[in-house]
Design a binder for this molecule. Structure first.
Ligand SMILES: [Zn+2]
Length: 309
């Protein structure tokens, strides 16, 4: 089937640093990925959004049916507005859905980026044949998305459970106000801090990836410690959810892949007396840059009763 006949949408991912976007269709095809630096003032953000959406719109193989926005939050997906944000105060309470619907006369969907990624992995990624999965997004924060019966599971929250704020240990104050959240031990800053403790000074975790593949000390020790923490976090999630399919996505997922043995050994040891709590599969996203964008198309498909081709 030609791409001209396949429903498609303009999908964006608004993060702390960048705004990325492309078109995605119901088959899982996508266009060129455009990236802009995210301006720090709301009027400039609005201009950038309009510019980027127009650019993607023109590159679509046919007329897009929807604009899907995945973003760091917190946000209210039903009212399509930001709440009081953690790190993007210029977007506090910005009704982005109404703003874009007025501009483009297209339906707009808004979703937390980590939950959108989880839905993307569940519909277009390694778990497209599975009903239930959890995706962890490792980057500036520690995002999570729980998918049950192919839908985002939200518990009784407006947004969904933010499992990165479960207590994991230590005494670091988290952005959410609590102490010892998993995020404080597993996000980008946590990894940089851990590396420093081993005498490896980095500006970005990607540098660690470049030296880590050479398998030298003390990098191996850093990966062991980080992988053990990640394994402990997944063990905690398994106690609650018992979901068999775990995906690790986000900018730090290639690095997490290098910790695979440490992650799996930790889970095995922790859950040795409850083997049925152990996950069957831990996979690493093939396209961590795109999973939230796929997720926004999946969200529209669920709404419009479209099936994946
Ligand atoms: Zn927290």
């Amino acid at each position: 089937m030609s791409q001209k006949n396949i429903p498609c949408g303009v999908c964006l991912d608004i993060g702390g640093t960048n705004i990325r976007g492309t078109w995605v269709n119901t088959k899982g095809d996508h266009g060129e990925l455009f990236t802009l630096k995210r301006p720090k003032l709301l009027p400039h953000i609005k201009e950038s959004l309009i510019y980027l959406i127009n650019k993607i719109y023109l590159s679509c193989p046919n007329r897009p049916e929807v604009i899907g926005i995945a973003s760091a939050g917190p946000l209210d997906h039903k009212k399509k507005t930001y709440l009081k944000t953690a790190n993007m105060t210029e977007l506090d309470f910005f009704p982005i859905g109404k703003f874009l619907e007025d501009k483009f006369s297209l339906p707009v969907f808004l979703e937390n980026d980590a939950q959108a990624s989880a839905l993307g992995e569940a519909m277009f990624g390694p778990f497209k044949e599975k009903q239930d999965s959890i995706t962890l997004t490792l980057g500036t924060g520690l995002g999570t998305g729980v998918i049950i019966n192919k839908k985002i599971w939200r518990a009784s929250h407006v947004t969904g459970p933010e499992l990165g704020h479960i207590y994991l240990g230590g005494n670091l104050r988290c952005g959410c106000g609590q102490i010892g959240c998993a995020e404080t031990l597993l996000n980008k800053n946590a990894l940089l801090k851990l590396s420093k403790e081993y005498g490896v000074n980095l500006k970005d975790p990607k540098e660690l990836y470049e030296i880590a593949i050479k398998d030298i000390d003390p990098v191996k020790e850093i990966l062991r410690e980080y992988g053990t923490r990640l394994g402990l976090f997944i063990s905690q999630l398994q106690v609650i959810f018992g979901i068999k399919n775990i995906c690790i996505s986000g900018g730090m997922s290639p690095l997490a892949r290098l910790c695979d043995d440490f992650i799996k050994n930790t889970i095995k040891t922790n859950l040795v007396k409850r083997k049925w709590w152990q996950p069957e599969e831990i996979v690493y996203s093939r396209e961590p840059n795109l999973s939230a964008l796929y997720g926004m198309m999946a969200k529209y498909m669920e709404h419009a009763y479209l099936t994946r081709i």
